[in-house]
Design a protein around this ligand. Structure first.
Ligand SMILES: C[S@@+](CC[C@H](N)C(=O)[O-])C[C@H]1O[C@@H](n2cnc3c(N)ncnc32)[C@H](O)[C@@H]1O
Ligand code: SF4
Length: 387
């Protein structure tokens, strides 16, 4: 147990102190984890759409698109959330793609029962209106994550591929403050932009808003950008920053077991737009699809995967070279992410339960399709990654 972890846990509790049902759920989750020593899900995130109006140069979600497939319906999200709750989940983040572009966003927020759970949205803020802020607050959402990459408008908008994005975030901060919604600024950071990140941390402190630091992961448009990734030395610097700054938060920081490290599969899961379940939104590897398999079964399978079971002390998608080179880099061969874990030959060797994907002949330039189990696989044949 670390003192920093305990402090972060209290920081979270402070946000929800007026919600007795939620407090009870949280107390039960801590009890199960710390007293009964049973792994308990804390958070189930949903990427509800692959659509976005920005073109961030580093976006991991840029390959969520799956032509011809329907994203999970509101009913499917409701059912998945009910199953996640049965595993202990009391918290969710809604993102995408850009969640505000989803035509049934408010219905989705509704089925996540924001008055009884911690329901937050991560958005680029471009489509955030005053009416929407008021409506989200009325339904029980008390915190919005507004993504920002730099305080320099020109640099920020270039990184985010959307002219005027910086201005929209500044307006959105003002709107949220006006209507009493808490704000966190998620910053996707990489080595070249570390100083920008520190400036945002200082800005957030002055503004009285929080910051979430997302370490750049090599997925989607950031695929293969290993030189910009962080290492263990950097991880220690980051920890020092967190320990001296209570307004900084990350998901690996608020674990129920009060340890700092990767929560994937044990405390956290992510459901991608078409129902694939991954350890977090930045992990391109799916362990099953909620349209085909009960969530509890998928989660049990995930917990047997050695990269999750080792409970990495930092972040497997941004820091763990073994995972990045074996599982993240392998994603390059797929037109749509996440890809089924069985499609990776390393999984067959490591878990003893992988199968060879039936993708057929890979003759360029066609994109090949096949199935692994009952999941559809689309392989970019021109990349030569077919097996
Ligand atoms: C994929 S976006 C979806 C939500 C919304 N469109 C937005 O940008 O806030 C979720 C968060 O992930 C961050 N992000 C995107 N690509 C990333 C990457 N390769 N590594 C780390 N964070 C990333 C974004 O900046 C954003 O804060
Ligand atoms: S990070 Fe968000 S805003 Fe940027 S392209 Fe990806 S989904 Fe869109």
């Amino acid at each position: 147990m670390t003192f920093a972890g305990f402090r972060k846990a209290l920081h979270q509790l402070d946000k929800i102190r007026y919600r007795p049902v939620l407090l009870l759920k949280i107390a039960r989750a801590y009890g199960r984890t710390l007293l009964l020593r049973r792994p308990t899900l804390r958070i189930c995130e949903f990427s509800i759409t692959a659509e976005c109006q920005s073109r961030c140069g580093f976006c991991y979600a840029s390959r969520f698109h799956r032509p011809g497939a329907e994203p999970l319906s509101v009913e499917e999200i409701r059912s998945t959330w009910q199953q996640a709750k049965a595993l202990g989940a009391f918290s969710t983040v809604v993102f995408g793609g850009e969640p505000l572009l989803h035509p049934r966003l408010l219905d989705i927020v509704g089925v996540l029962e924001p008055r009884k759970h911690i329901v937050t949205l991560t958005t680029n803020a471009i489509g955030l209106t005053e009416d929407l802020v008021i409506e989200l607050k009325r339904r029980g959402v008390f915190l919005l994550n507004l993504s920002l990459n730099s305080l320099d408008p020109e640099l920020n908008d270039r990184l985010r591929g959307y002219p005027g994005h910086h201005a929209r975030v500044m307006e959105a901060i003002t709107l949220c403050k006006k209507h009493g919604l808490d704000v966190f600024l998620p910053v996707a950071t990489a080595k070249p932009y570390w100083q920008e990140t520190l400036r945002i941390v200082e800005f957030a402190r002055r503004q009285g808003v929080g910051v979430t630091i997302n370490l750049m992961c090599a997925m989607g448009r950031a695929e293969g950008k290993h030189a910009e990734l962080f290492d263990d030395t950097f991880w220690r610097e980051l920890r020092a920053l967190y320990d001296t700054n209570p307004g900084l938060r990350s998901d690996y920081d608020v674990n129920l077991d009060l340890r700092i490290g990767c929560p994937a599969a044990f405390e956290k899961i992510h459901v991608a737009p078409y129902g694939d379940v991954t350890g977090c939104s930045m992990n391109p590897v799916s362990f099953g699809n909620v349209r085909e398999t009960p969530l509890a079964e998928i989660v049990a399978r995930m917990r047997r995967f050695h990269h999750f079971a080792k409970r990495h002390p930092s972040c497997i998608v941004a820091v763990d070279r073994d995972f990045i080179e074996t599982y993240m880099d392998y994603a390059a061969g797929f037109a749509s992410l996440p890809y089924p874990v069985e499609a990776n030959p390393a999984y067959g060797r490591e878990a003893g339960e992988g199968v060879t994907p039936a993708v057929g002949q890979c003759s360029p330039p066609a994109v090949q399709q096949g199935t692994v189990g009952r999941q559809q696989v689309v392989v970019r044949a021109e990349e030569g990654a077919c097996v």
